[in-house]
Ligand binder design. Sequence first.
Ligand code: SAM
Length: 251
Amino acid sequence: MAFAHEANDWRQYKMSWYDPHRRLEPLEQEVAVVDAGLVALARAGVLPHAAYDHDKLLAHRAAVEEHFEIPWTAISHRMQRLLYAINAIRRPRVMVAVGIFCGNTFISNAGAAIGPGACYQAERLIGLEIRPAEADRARRNVNRFRDGQNAPFPAEIVAHDGLVWLRDCQDVIDLLYLDADGPGASGKSIYLDLLMAGQHAFRPGALVLAHNSVNSAHTMADYLAYVRHPAHFRQSVNMIVDDQGLEASLF
Ligand SMILES: C[S@@+](CC[C@H](N)C(=O)[O-])C[C@H]1O[C@@H](n2cnc3c(N)ncnc32)[C@H](O)[C@@H]1O
């Protein structure tokens, strides 16, 4: 089973990657669009319910704006809310994010468990970035969320190839977030390789989130065909809330 959930106005909703904190629409509209998506995920059985703390999301957003150095990002406010909410609802014990660049994608997921938006205690939140300088920046950014956090701090930024890390992973992964891009024109075709490398770590109920299901649908075609096949994943939903998109797949 697989389907697309589409916000009517996603083609008109356009952010500037170099001005990611600018509000593009009234807050109520952003909430309504994302909540409709969460309800669709809950109805499809991908999430247990659609409820999360809206004020905590705003506290998380304010802390990211205050503390993170973000040279650019394609994570819109809608996508930030969607990622935060999915994590806040699913509450992964172990969350792994691959291809985290400056850490904004990582914290959009991990912010449900660390910082002022925290609503549960995670055990491990791992961010993987292959470029050491970007991993260093992401680590500096994420460490600014340590203040007020009860020890131990579960977030860990690792400068490593996600393919190798996932292949060698001996933990159970409850939520895997994919955002790496492969060399040259291969781009997001690396997603299927990453999925294969980490699949041994999934148990029934694991969630896999793949960014760029809309704008990179072409290079992700093999990945999308795989997760949308009922023999591989129980459910997969293309969440078209903006022009990037997120494929949310239930193992
Ligand atoms: C385009 S960025 C993601 C940006 C993100 N969508 C955002 O809007 O903030 C993709 C990142 O994946 C990293 N990457 C590429 N291949 C990787 C791999 N095999 N393992 C880990 N990171 C990788 C790149 O270095 C890059 O920083």
